[in-house]
Design a protein around this ligand. Structure first.
Ligand SMILES: [Zn+2]
Length: 319
């Protein structure tokens, strides 16, 4: 079966590669956590098709993210001194600029996530370019920053998306699922690789906690999962990643997880992750940092990967 070059770069690793040594992280840290939140607000399909303007309660369900949940979440991150990356549709920046500026004030990273959460795989090259150009202009005008990261909104990429992103100055993406470590993506005709920091649905809070009616989500209106079970799932995902020295990122959403009862799950998860460092430090014979978690923004993880792991981890793709 012939596979387009673009797709071949996304194939999962072989079993042989899976036994390769764990990646190296700065200062002897055992594993890496790049906490990431998608601050979608009310953007998405209902805004793209205009139906949200006839559905005010659904609009407010989304706007709760930047308007209310974000501040609570930033308080937690700042209190625990954990950096994070926020993937933000530019429409959200235009409408809640002060709230988005607070992300940067806390030392966190802001990165691209479409203008109104467009599904890039449905857009032709020019339309994708237009979304990136408009987003860059908004980030520059309202926040004075030029993001270097991108997480694909609503699903997937088109065959020319990687080229459009590189052209727009994007240096890493967190959109794929092909590994539990960062890896490199190569675009035909471009010497510059892009770092991919893959996520997984187990670490998407929609999978257990999202619930709304009109439009219905989940479609069957199943119940919200138990918070204890949800925490236990997330903790186990972290424990496995930390045991094997890998890189874990999250697909959390302030409007889903940043609520009064649910913020405690994140707090507990952060404290559990941070506890690994304390445990390791108490272990005589190991230097500081040994066994603990490297908390970093996706931008810093991508840079580290380019600087330190490329030679052993490059996945060559013929253009
Ligand atoms: Zn999103």
């Amino acid at each position: 079966m012939s596979v387009p070059n673009q797709l071949s770069s996304l194939e999962p690793r072989s079993h042989v590669e899976a036994r390769s040594p764990a990646p190296r992280w700065p200062d002897g840290h055992r594993s890496c956590v790049a906490l990431a939140f998608d601050l979608d607000g009310p953007t998405g399909d209902a805004m793209l098709d205009g139906s949200i303007w006839r559905n005010p309660s659904y609009f407010t369900l989304g706007s709760y993210g930047p308007w209310r949940a974000l501040g609570r979440l930033l308080d937690l991150l700042n209190e625990r001194r954990v950096p994070a990356t926020f993937f933000v549709p530019a429409w959200v920046v235009e409408n809640w600029p002060k709230q988005c500026a607070a992300i940067l004030d806390g030392g966190h990273e802001i990165a691209y996530h479409g203008y109104r959460h467009e599904a890039f795989w449905t857009l032709d090259r020019d339309a994708q370019r237009a979304v990136m150009a408009r987003s860059a202009e908004v980030f520059e005008r309202y926040l004075g920053v030029r993001p270097v990261g991108f997480r694909t909104p609503s699903g997937d990429w088109g065959p020319d998306t990687i080229g459009v992103l590189l052209e727009a100055g994007v240096r890493y993406s967190s959109s794929m699922r092909g590994d539990d470590r960062p890896y490199l993506l190569h675009a035909p005709g471009s010497a510059e690789p892009m770092v991919e920091i893959p996520g997984r649905w187990e670490l998407d809070d929609y999978a257990s906690l999202a619930y709304h009616r009109n439009p219905d989500f989940p479609a069957s209106l199943d119940r919200i999962a138990s918070y204890d079970t949800t925490f236990d799932n997330w903790r186990r995902e972290f424990d496995g990643s930390h045991r094997d020295g890998l890189c874990l990122t999250t697909l959390f959403h302030p409007k889903v997880s940043g609520k009064p009862g649910r913020i405690a799950l994140l707090e507990k998860l952060l404290d559990h992750m941070r506890g690994q460092g304390a445990k390791a430090d108490a272990d005589p014979g190991h230097g500081h940092g040994h066994g603990s978690v490297w908390f970093a923004t996706c931008r810093d993880v991508a840079q580290w990967w380019l600087d330190h792991n490329v030679s052993t981890q490059a996945r060559g793709v013929s253009a």
